[in-house]
Design a binder for this molecule. Structure first.
Ligand code: ZN
Length: 481
């Protein structure tokens, strides 16, 4: 791409984590049977009036605060008119000239690993559309399609960046950073595979030295940031080859085909005037007064920068460990819960970043939270510290607790994992092993330090692995010296 410059802007749709839809009390859980979570309001039947969900406004404002935006004290809704069967009203309620948030930014790493500020133009609120269920595997091989309106009017925010990114790497970094910020702000599930976070790419290329931007192409159907990366690299190559061959680039929307690894034309791009936007007459403007704004700001959870500072400066974790925890919100939240009951930061972090992270990655399941009780793990770590269970047994206990309701104490009892720290029991085992192994004992007495390891092993065997190995070593040394 050396003789061409790439310009990329991104648009995200994030489903807000409300219990009910944006203008009615239907549940937002749209996974059930088709058309079971609908009512006259979200179907847009005649004579109904929408009532704005206050919580949706709060979550949209929090998204703005998380992304360094100005949150508007006055914003309003508009109607975006288009016809498609998944849109029951024939228009979508959205925000056009006066969105709820403006002028944000995020700092992300560019290709060379340097910080780069990417500006966010706006965040606006809108309602989601329903979906079409095709009789075949896709619309073109189906004899009919049926609409399911469960998802219609689930609250969304759309986040629009400025065209500040210039490579696939930067766009991917931006997307991942944005997803992390929304996850910490706790406003959305941000699961791209399940569609609660969706990303569209706007991309153009132009020859080095040309000021005017090239023709913009929009790419849709990207369900991971890996797909975003691959689609941009593909599109850079496609557009470059068109320009090199003197073929004009068409302004259009293209679909990413992940299996084929290519983009395909979908439709030529509409302009804003095609949608005949006009003010939504059934909804009053959104006015966030100073008190409400202060309440929303006070409800913001701890964001990654503050968390990093606390974990490193107050709790003494390394930058690396803090970074690993913060990059994975479920692990970071679990760390806080565990630390509250077992305030040894380094040990807690080691267990979480080691065994627990491994367990979380070992299944296909994607967890929003660590499926483990922090209190139970704290109990287990205290048992290790007391010497009443050894590390290896504790790992087995942890595996059994993961994703089950079993208590640590019950698993320890079931397996007979309680470690023997009773000196009278250990003394007799040690005496027995010394008597039975004259050769290693003589070796040790002659200065062969390594022989003690063998003797410890024999005592462990004698006690079926339940002896406290540290104590065994101590007792053996005492007996032999
Ligand atoms: Zn409804």
């Amino acid at each position: 791409m050396s003789q061409y410059l790439t310009t990329i802007g991104l648009e995200f749709h994030a489903e807000l984590k409300t219990k009910t839809k944006i203008f009615c009390s239907c549940p937002t859980d749209f996974a059930g049977d088709a058309n079971t979570h609908i009512c006259p309001v979200c179907l847009g039947l005649p004579g109904v009036l929408p009532v704005l969900n206050r919580h949706a406004v709060e979550l949209a404002a929090k998204a703005g605060m998380a992304l360094n935006c100005e949150v508007s004290k006055f914003s309003k809704f508009d109607r975006k008119n288009y016809f498609y069967p998944d849109l029951p009203k024939g228009y979508q309620v959205t925000q056009y000239p006066l969105p709820i948030c403006r002028n944000g930014w995020l700092m992300v790493k560019d290709e060379d690993g340097n910080d780069k500020k990417i500006r966010i133009n706006r965040i606006h609120m809108e309602e989601d559309a329903g979906k079409l269920v095709h009789s075949g595997s896709n619309i073109s091989d189906s004899s009919y399609s049926l609409p399911d309106y469960n998802r219609a009017a689930v609250p969304l925010i759309e986040i629009v960046t400025e065209p500040d990114m210039s490579s696939a790497e930067e766009a991917k970094n931006f997307g991942e950073t944005l997803r992390l910020m929304l996850a910490y702000a706790d406003i959305s599930d941000v699961k791209m595979e399940q569609g609660s976070l969706r990303c569209d790419v706007n991309i153009s290329i132009r020859p080095q030295g040309q000021d005017e931007l090239g023709v913009k192409v929009e790419i849709k159907n990207l369900n991971s940031f890996r797909a975003v990366y691959r689609a941009i690299v593909y599109e850079e190559m496609r557009q470059k080859s068109l320009i090199d061959n003197g073929i004009p680039i068409v302004q259009e929307t293209r679909l990413w085909d992940d299996a084929a690894g290519e983009t395909r034309p979908m439709r030529s791009k509409e302009d804003a005037h095609d949608y005949r936007y006009f003010p939504e007459p059934d909804l009053p403007p959104i006015i966030i007064d100073d008190q409400w704004m202060a309440e929303i700001a006070a409800s913001m959870p701890e964001m990654p920068d503050a968390k990093r500072k606390r974990l490193t400066e107050e709790l003494g974790l390394s930058d690396y460990d803090a970074g690993q925890l913060i990059a994975n919100p479920p692990l970071a939240h679990f760390f806080d819960a565990l630390y509250a009951e077992y305030p040894e930061a380094k040990i807690a972090a080691n267990w979480i970043l080691g065994d627990i992270a491994k367990l979380m990655n070992s299944t296909e399941k994607e967890y929003n939270v660590v499926p483990l009780s922090a209190s139970e793990l704290a109990f287990l770590l205290k048992e290790i510290k007391k010497g009443s269970i050894n590390n290896n047994s504790a790992k087995t206990v942890l595996e059994e607790m993961f994703d089950s309701d079993k208590k640590a104490a019950d698993i320890i009892a079931e397996h007979g994992f309680s470690q023997i720290s009773d000196t009278s029991v250990l003394d007799s085992a040690v005496a027995k092993i010394i008597e039975a192994n004259p050769k290693p004992v003589a070796d040790y007495k002659a200065g062969k330090q390594a022989a003690i390891g063998f003797l410890v092993g024999q005592v462990m065997k004698e006690t079926k692995g339940q002896a406290n190995p540290g104590m065994v070593k101590e007792l053996l040394e005492k007996a032999l010296n």
